[in-house]
Write a protein that binds this ligand. Structure first.
Ligand code: SIN
Length: 478
């Protein structure tokens, strides 16, 4: 990283941070209005949308309704979802699918051309739409990335880290960005949209990619935006435990749909155990399954997913990503039991937004996993996140279009660029990050206690003091 701390000034109309599904759809929906899209990675083929193995939930099947979909959403949310917003979300299911089809997404269809609808745990009906089976995230993202690349109003900054929001009189007016190879710039903008994804990297095991480090949440918090429901983190029960002893954090997800297709959970003796825990056994709600597996592992046991029934049922073709992940790990799902651990999966809490995706700070918007829309409550219903990303990205774009133009702007003071790690301090940063993840994994995991949370807080205070004022700009080399 260059040591120079001078700050260039750039002017943008709208800056969108994050190039997952929410960020790309916001930018595409604003076209032809100019948008600068910022990603800290060196490629658009990154972020957790790409890793989505579930599909998009939409009440479009015979006998289904947005009301029924909303009821399932509320039940999964443990009574803590916003009912009005959940219903508004599910009512936009069909429209969201239409938009994605227009953007070129080839959803999986039956021979007669109708959408294939799958069922997932806690959904009362088949209403999950996939594209390429469990490769849905990859297929949707490849269509959206292609569209974004061909949209002249979208300018893309790669290897660029959004470090701080520029706030004036309580309103966000831009952001301070560190670009690999170019250094610092203060980008003035009328609107900043945070679509930076989740926080899975705060735990030792996550189904998220390495990029999910909570940067958007952090800069919003430092700017004084309201954050809500931060304690609501969803753990997925079945991440493939590959190279965990070597410190591998980003574990391949073995989709819940595998259990819907007959896969079983067994212990080290090869015995099923979920029937004793919940009447729905392997198809019990995600939090119940994750807790049962965690208990077994904490007691010194191991847990495996047995995918052989799926293969015997001739359904392996629907799970190309799962089969690929197993083979990559040297496992044959036709013969081997697959070792699994629960892993940090999806953050329900986040930057508090209104119906339009606007935050508590003027000029700042948020959508996708970083936002807390209130629809998921304490536990997100499977496959509702991609739907929420589409719906709120479009609302953010519509809200920005309706917003009055800024008048009589005061000149913005140029922020001082922070110190970036100089050779020798990176190791110290790595140790601080590792200690933070240890404290989070030990005390802020699936099962928590007041004492454990207090311990975590004490450790965070010590680590924060050690960190001092060094900027953590985790940009990928261009
Ligand atoms: C899965 O396919 O198991 C995950 C889907 C989701 O989290 O929505």
């Amino acid at each position: 990283m260059p040591e120079q701390r001078s700050v260039r000034v750039a002017a943008d109309d709208i800056v969108v941070v994050g190039t997952g599904m929410a960020g790309l759809i916001t930018a595409l929906s604003l076209a032809p209005r100019p948008v600068t899209l910022i990603t800290k990675t060196s490629t658009l083929e990154s972020g957790s949308s790409l890793w989505a193995k579930g599909g998009i939930a939409a009440a479009v099947g015979p006998g289904d309704s947005p009301e029924a979909h909303a009821e399932d959403t509320l039940t999964a949310g443990a009574g803590l979802s916003d009912r009005r917003r959940a219903l508004a979300l599910t009512r936009e299911g069909a429209d969201s699918l239409r938009l994605l089809v227009q953007e070129g997404v080839p959803f999986d269809r039956a021979l007669d051309g109708t959408l294939e609808l799958a069922r997932e745990a806690a959904h009362g009906r088949p209403r999950i739409v996939h594209a390429g089976g469990d490769a849905t995230g990859r297929v949707i993202m490849s269509a959206l990335i292609e569209r974004a690349r061909r949209t002249p109003s979208i300018k893309i900054l790669r290897s660029a880290f959004a470090h701080e929001l520029v706030v004036q009189d309580g309103a966000v007016r831009g952001l301070l960005v560190f670009e690999h190879g170019k250094g610092w710039s203060q980008r003035h903008a009328s609107h900043v949209v945070l679509a930076t994804g989740g926080i899975g990297m705060a735990w030792w095991h996550t189904t998220n990619p390495a990029e999910s480090t909570g940067d958007g949440l952090a800069i919003a918090a430092r700017a004084g935006a309201q954050l809500t429901d931060l304690e609501f983190m969803q753990f997925h029960p079945t991440a493939l435990a590959v190279n965990t002893e070597a410190g591998n954090a980003n574990l391949p997800l073995l989709t819940e749909a595998l259990r819907g297709a007959g896969a079983l959970l067994v212990d080290q003796a090869g015995k099923r155990f979920m029937s004793a825990v919940h009447p729905a056994a392997e198809l019990a709600p995600r939090d119940v399954v994750a807790r049962a597996i965690e208990q077994k592992i904490t007691a010194g046991g191991s847990v495996y997913l047995d995918m052989r029934p799926v293969i015997a049922n001739g359904l392996a073709g629907e799970f190309p990503e799962a089969v690929h992940a197993c083979r990559d790990a040297g496992l044959d799902p036709a013969t081997d039991l697959l070792p699994i651990v629960p892993a940090a999966h999806y953050h329900m809490g986040g930057i508090h937004v209104d119906d339009d995706g606007h935050t508590s700070l003027d000029g700042l918007w948020a959508c996708g996993e970083v936002a807390n829309t209130g629809v998921h409550g304490a536990n997100r219903l499977a496959s509702n996140s991609l739907l929420e990303a589409v719906v709120y990205a479009r609302r953010v774009a519509a809200g920005i279009q309706r917003a009055p133009a800024l008048r009589d702007e005061q000149p913005l003071p140029i922020q001082e660029a922070p110190e970036v790690p100089v050779p020798g301090t990176e190791k110290r940063l790595d140790l601080i990050i590792a200690a933070t993840r240890s404290a989070v994994s030990r005390h802020v995991g699936i099962v928590r206690s007041g004492v454990g949370l207090q311990r975590a807080l004490q450790q965070f205070r010590v680590l924060d003091a050690q960190l001092g004022k060094i900027a953590m700009c985790q940009v990928q080399d261009a």
